[in-house]
Design a binder for this molecule. Structure first.
Ligand code: G3P
Ligand code: CA
Length: 252
């Protein structure tokens, strides 16, 4: 990809809101995304998975059990069933009536309010399922404001085949033996390791930068770690506390 996603020298860390402002509002909903934007997040991280009838929804878990008043696998529930669930009360009564957003609704909201999305293709997806995600992004004219990431190599390969213009990030818990090699093989714009994984070998940040690949680290909520990772030269931080990270950046 021609566009660089590296943090320019001397500029603050990119603020990426993990499932929206998930410490302040129910994760992966329009309200948590809105609070994240208002708190200064540049990217909103959202997880996407299909309903039984193939509609991409924004939900982290494989089931709706933890974050809604329903039960069952998301892939076993139709869009009509998902649309009827309350995805806010589990977090706080004030959020009662919040819905599980479709990817289309989330993109429409971002488009009207501004901001960009770090979209995680969560779990194994077929090529057709990835094609539906790509079509949704294109239909909303959002290819220049969506960064796709996944733990699933196959999902990244399908995305590249279908939409080479979309920047790609590979999520990893433990580091690969040769992150630069896999970045080249998968056409990555970013390599996104866990804080614990990266900390075992911080030097890979410079190796990846030399190859033009950005490094965004998850999920980091403490100023002590932001400071250490900034010193190591990482580009972005995926955090549950985007407003606090933005404030920390502002004092840079
Ligand atoms: O963006 C990184 C992070 O979201 C990966 O873990 O389980 O929160 O999707 P998870
Ligand atoms: Ca995620």
């Amino acid at each position: 990809p021609a566009e660089s996603h590296l943090r320019p020298a001397g500029s603050p860390l990119t603020v990426i809101a993990h499932r929206g402002a998930s410490s302040a509002a129910p994760e992966n909903t329009l309200v948590s995304d809105e609070i994240a934007r208002r708190g200064g997040a540049e990217y909103i991280e959202n997880d996407v998975q299909p309903s039984k009838d193939g509609v991409p929804y924004v939900l982290h878990d494989g089931t709706v059990d933890r974050t809604t008043d329903g039960i069952g696998l998301i892939r076993s529930l139709t869009s009509a069933q998902l649309d009827a669930l309350d995805a806010g009360s589990w977090f706080a009564p004030v959020y009662k009536g919040t819905r599980i957003p479709t990817l289309a609704a989330q993109l429409e909201d971002l488009k009207s309010r501004g901001g960009a999305m770090l979209l995680e293709i969560k779990g194994a997806h077929t090529r057709d399922e990835v094609a539906t995600i790509v079509k949704t992004i294109r239909d909303h004219g959002m290819t220049d404001r969506v960064f796709v990431q996944s733990f699933e190599v196959s999902a990244l390969r399908y995305t590249y085949e279908l939409a080479p213009e979309l920047p790609l990030g590979l999520l990893r818990d433990a580091l690969d033996a040769d992150p630069v090699a896999i970045a080249k093989e998968l056409h990555l714009s970013a390599y996104n390791p866990s804080d614990g994984g990266l900390s075992k070998r911080l030097g890979v940040v410079q190796d990846l930068h030399a190859a033009g690949v950005a490094v965004n680290v998850w999920t980091v909520d403490s100023a002590a770690r932001w400071r250490a990772l900034e010193a190591a030269g990482v580009d972005g931080i995926i955090t549950n506390r985007p407003a606090e990270l933005s404030g920390w950046n502002a004092a840079w």
